[in-house]
Design a protein. Structure first.
Length: 441
């Protein structure tokens, strides 16, 4: 079944012009539209399905600095503050709170890696605490086990995936923007070599600025306008159980299973990194880019089926702007979860946390996580098409850094001082000779 999701109303009618059009209503698109509207731009947020219905509502809900890639850490830190500011400025409830993130391990190598990251983090002002065996076992008392160690990041937190993107989009409309659901963007029109409009199934919006935050659909959309964007997706499965006890951690990671509290009576369960690779034409096209990543993660990834091929989000075909597109044939990516993984996740969670032994399963679902070859998103304007900004390839990290990504998009569009150094997020790096180098942390 689909992940739970708050629904918001669509704005009518479609505008004939806008200062900026944001294509894709996930968390990054919603925050991009919000920050653009805050700067006085007339913004139209276009979504082929429902706001937040794909990966933005299908993730864990973690908003973390802990164990981030060095290139993502600054935007992660900024995003935590922006999550708080958004709630204070709008009175909208995203469910964000700095609950702290808690990691446990009995693996010496894993603990050593966390310790190295902690040393690096302290050099950039991030608070993280390595836990001794005694401290880890005490903090992890709900497991009933002894642990060799752990880490606690007190300033990190969680937000509510089923509410966040919709309420951010709703806040944007209060600033004069518009939201258009069940309205696919089919392509871009140009004039004198730059963006002049966004063609949707309901008509064309004249604009000089188009921001693509299309998640797993982004690369195939870019292909239509001659932009090469190496991207591949994996199918991740997750489940939700009902549990009303108050003594389990809000967010706990172990090698076997991770848990996240959602509200007062639900907990999300997942296995970190475990996913299926559904074969698609696009994966074949970019196979050489992703072989190093897949080789490194081969123990966690397993071959999938034909779901990706049939979903249409990674097609190599080209479509006409006056015909029905793959986005209209499949409004919301809602792949079938991996039943073996769901069963394994539940079994591991009940073994790790005995109090979950009788917790009933409320729902299970899957989602496609869009990735770049180096696991870092693209958030940048595209020099070959002035007026076009790409914000995609968040590699499973997009929910937590959504506010910072949206703010950076607004900075790029308006020529403001960027909230973080934008150079690590440029598209061109994926075609550089050194594109495959990944930071140590």
């Amino acid at each position: 079944m689909p992940a739970p999701l708050l629904h918001i109303e669509t704005t009518q009618p479609l505008p004939d012009h806008a200062d900026a059009v944001v294509i894709g209503g996930g968390i990054v698109g919603a925050f991009s539209a919000y920050y653009l509207a805050r700067r006085g731009l007339k913004v139209a947020l276009i979504e082929k399905g429902r706001i937040g219905a794909e990966q933005s509502s299908r993730n864990w809900g973690w908003c973390r600095q802990q164990n981030r890639d060095a290139r993502e850490l600054p935007i992660s830190t900024k995003s935590l503050a922006l999550w708080e500011e958004f709630g204070a400025d709008t009175d909208e409830e995203t469910g964000f709170r700095r609950s702290g993130l808690f990691y446990l391990s009995n693996d010496e190598a894993e603990l050593a890696g966390w310790a190295r990251w902690g040393e690096f983090a302290r050099t950039v002002g991030v608070t993280t605490h390595m836990l001794s065996a005694e401290q880890a076992s005490a903090r992890g008392a709900a497991t009933g086990r002894a642990w060799k160690g752990g880490v606690f990041s007190p300033t990190d937190g969680i937000a509510d995936p089923e509410r966040a993107a919709p309420v951010v989009a709703r806040a944007m409309t209060k600033l004069g923007g518009s939201v258009h659901q069940m309205c696919a963007a089919r392509g871009i029109e140009t004039e004198a070599g730059r963006v002049s409009g966004v063609v949707t199934e309901a008509g064309t919006i004249r604009t000089r600025l188009a921001i693509l935050s299309g998640g797993a659909w982004a690369s195939s959309f870019c292909r239509q306008i001659g932009i090469r964007f190496p991207q591949a997706s994996i199918r991740s499965s997750i489940l939700d159980v009902r549990f009303e006890g108050g003594h389990l951690p809000d967010a706990l990671h172990t090698k076997d299973v991770s848990i996240t509290r959602r509200g007062r009576d639900h907990i999300r369960l997942a296995i970190s990194g475990r996913a299926r690779v559904d074969l698609t034409p696009q994966q074949l096209r970019f196979a050489q880019y992703f072989l190093p990543m897949f080789a490194k993660r081969w123990r966690a990834l397993a071959p999938g089926g034909l779901q990706g091929m049939l979903s249409g989000h990674e097609t190599l075909s080209r479509w006409s702007l006056d015909q029905v597109t793959p986005m209209e044939r499949n409004r919301i990516l809602d792949p079938v979860p991996d039943r073996k993984q769901i069963a394994l996740t539940l079994a591991r969670a009940r073994t790790l946390l005995p109090d979950l032994q009788t917790a009933p399963v409320a729902a299970s679902w899957a989602g496609y996580i869009d990735s770049t070859p180096d696991g870092v998103p693209v958030i940048a304007d595209v020099p070959s098409l002035p007026g076009f900004v790409l914000a995609a390839g968040f590699s499973g990290h997009g929910f937590g850094i959504g506010p910072g990504a949206g703010h950076l998009v607004a900075d790029i569009v308006t020529g403001s001082t960027p909230i973080v150094d934008p150079r690590p997020y440029r598209l061109e790096r994926l075609n550089d000779a050194a594109w495959g180098k990944v930071a140590e942390f």
